[in-house]
Unconditional design. Structure first.
Length: 150
């Protein structure tokens, strides 16, 4: 998928498409510079899942937990981590391998800890305050673009 988003009103449909594409994959990693809309897109994903709580960036807490009708969503923001050992200290494995949704901002801070197969979402600034959002499933044996499956 390589989608130009020019309005926030486009996010719900894109969130729905991404969740369908992700299928059984529950770990989604979000790459993008500060201000590209990672948290905003994660809010749309949570809303699409049915999260009733207010979704906010876990910049200081590192992880926020939300309930949705079928389980839990863990929203991570690793921006403030100084090194990967801090993720070990918080017990990242219990979250990443729980089978629940894990939405991870700043995964580049913990490159060695990311599971083998994830949905990678890249967000980039575009003209007129738009965003280009690219998503694919990647891992050891798979590298599939969202367009080929939706």
């Amino acid at each position: 998928m390589n989608k130009l988003v020019s309005a926030l009103t486009e996010l719900p449909a894109l969130a729905r498409k991404l969740l369908l594409f992700a299928g059984e994959h529950r770990v989604l990693v979000f790459y993008g510079e500060m201000g590209t809309g990672k948290t905003t897109f994660i809010k749309a994903l949570c809303k699409e899942l049915g999260v009733a709580a207010t979704v906010s960036s876990p910049t200081f807490s590192i992880v926020n937990e939300y309930e949705y009708p079928q389980g839990l969503v863990y929203h991570f923001d690793f921006y403030r981590l100084k090194d990967q050992s801090e993720a070990f200290d918080m017990g990242y494995e219990e979250y990443f391998y729980s089978g629940e949704y894990c939405f991870i901002e700043w995964p580049e801070k913990i490159p060695d800890l990311i599971p083998d197969q994830v949905v990678r979402v890249d967000l980039e600034l575009a003209a007129n305050n738009g965003r280009v959002i690219t998503a694919k499933i990647q891992g050891r044996d798979i590298n599939k673009d969202i367009v080929s499956n939706v």
